[in-house]
Design a protein around this ligand. Structure first.
Ligand SMILES: [Fe+2]
Length: 500
């Protein structure tokens, strides 16, 4: 097995490694998605509008579900597969940027996924706004050689055009919804509808051509709607749709409680992870209760809850009344990397640093961002930290034993402390924060990885789950963009979850 980032810096993809073959899979020209461009920001405005003027997602989702029901989709929204008792599947989160980091995941994914029965895309299938015409370069092309069905749940980005592209691709070519009745003038929803971003009238003209890339019978999948359950072998996988703002509508909440009943072991897949960045985010259900209440209920037999949305890997094994539920963040499947060095020393729901896992390691995340900001601010000599310097300063600031020991001779200096602080590195709880550069939240909006970051290591990842009647083995496999990790993707984390 190849070294992982926990073993050596080379395992993390640092050093003068040879680049992998993933670029051969890419289209000749890719449009670099710039999150800074006014056009991108303006077209992705519906999330902001929903938080200002009320969120119409729940109502729109109900209309989609009604349309699917009228077309004959099963009322319980359960996909009944005929997988054997022992089988494997993939989970890939936040894929669709269509650039180097997304394609860099593909060779390892094809290798690890060769014997898997299906894959699940966990939210944000298409950036920036889920347009049907983006599915060619951001879905069909990258996964054209994956020989099994792909199911998906939408993320907030897929909702920026009312989910129309997602519904066409994953739900049997669902036709556009008829226009909603016009809201009363001068109300909040009227104002919202005036400003609302909608798909271009000709969106999807290129979709038929793109579909030819995954036209094999073995690759076809059909979903009853944006949320669903899959009965596969001994487990039930439950996929929910948390829309624009990370919430669940009442009708979906009622369905979730229904499909969660019973003794079959369950795995939740969501676009809003329930434990993330050292915090518990239980995800409210309209009308009362939370998604995490459903997961924790012993009558429901959940063993894991996997969420996209945040573009890295994190795992929190939480003790729930004597059972361990694995809460996983798995959004590292393609889009730019979210920092892990901003995660404070973990202490949540009984989970401590000793039990917590992340990929990238915090030191690698800090080294990655220090190089990125060094380039952006044209202060490379001041900013850029080696992975050893970054790891050493992380160990000091958080007071933790790092996943990989810093190399001998890595010193913590005033410069490395300053850079770590400016880049938002978490501190021990007893030492509170000062000024930080916007690394995580604002990063998405203001800074896009410039062309200079379209070179390895990318710190991308996907999950492989091996199911038997007795246990589920969950592994986080890494993709760096280098050949060594393409040929043999390192396992960054592995846990076996007993089912009996
Ligand atoms: Fe995302």
């Amino acid at each position: 097995m190849t070294d992982s980032s926990r073993d050596t810096p080379e395992g993390a993809g640092w050093g003068s490694a040879e680049r992998g073959d993933y670029r051969d899979l890419m289209p000749q020209r890719t449009e670099k998605l710039s999150w800074l461009s006014p056009r991108t920001l303006w077209s992705a405005r519906n999330g902001v509008l929903a938080s200002w003027f009320g969120d119409p997602t729940g109502r729109t989702r109900e209309r989609w579900v009604a349309q699917r029901a009228a077309a004959g989709a099963p009322a319980d929204k359960v996909i009944r597969r005929t997988d054997p008792d022992r089988f494997s599947f993939l989970v890939i989160g936040d894929t669709g940027e269509g650039d180097d980091p997304q394609y860099a995941v593909v060779p390892g994914l094809l290798k690890e996924g060769a014997d898997t029965r299906f894959a699940v895309l966990a939210s944000d299938v298409i950036y920036p706004v889920g347009s049907a015409d983006d599915y060619g370069t951001k879905f069909f092309r990258p996964y054209r050689d994956y020989r099994a069905p792909v199911y998906a749940i939408p993320g907030n980005h897929d909702w920026y055009e009312d989910l129309a592209g997602f519904m066409r691709v994953f739900c049997d070519d669902a036709p556009p919804l008829p226009p909603a009745p016009a809201p009363r003038a001068l109300t909040r929803s009227w104002l919202r509808s005036l400003l609302w971003h909608r798909p271009r009238p000709d969106d999807g003209a290129r979709l038929d051509e793109a579909r030819k890339l995954r036209a094999d019978a073995a690759q076809q999948a059909e979903q009853p709607g944006p949320y669903w359950a899959i009965d596969a072998g001994p487990v039930r996988i439950v996929g929910i749709d948390t829309g624009l703002l990370g919430t669940v509508d009442a009708a979906q909440g009622a369905w979730l409680r229904e499909v969660s009943a019973g003794s079959r072991p369950k795995i939740l897949v969501t676009g809003s992870p329930l434990y993330v960045d050292g915090e518990h985010r239980p995800c409210p259900i309209e009308g009362g209760g939370t998604v995490d209440d459903v997961v924790r209920d012993p009558a429901h037999h959940y063993v894991a809850a996997i969420g996209g949305d945040i573009h890295n890997y994190q795992r929190y094994p939480v003790d729930v009344d004597g059972r361990t539920v694995q809460y996983v963040v798995a959004g590292g499947g393609g889009a730019f990397m979210h920092a892990t060095h901003t995660i404070p020393r973990v202490s949540v729901a009984g989970v401590t640093e000793d039990d917590f896992r992340s990929y990238p390691l915090r030191g690698d995340s800090l080294a990655f961002y220090s190089a990125l900001y060094g380039r952006r601010l044209r202060l490379r000599r001041l900013f850029t930290l080696t992975q050893d310097e970054a790891t050493a300063v992380i160990a000091e600031r958080l007071g933790i034993r790092t996943g990989r020991a810093p190399g001998t001779g890595a010193r913590v200096t005033r410069r490395t402390r300053l850079v770590a602080g400016l880049l938002g590195t978490a501190r021990r709880p007893e030492r509170r924060k000062r000024f930080r550069l916007p690394v995580r939240r604002i990063y998405t909006q203001l800074f896009s990885p410039s062309s200079a970051t379209y070179s390895p290591p990318f710190f991308k990842s996907f999950l492989r789950l091996d199911v038997t009647p007795e246990a589920v083995r969950l592994r986080c496999c890494a993709a760096t963009g280098n050949r060594a990790q393409e040929v043999d993707p390192p396992v960054e984390d592995e846990v076996t979850i007993p089912l009996v």
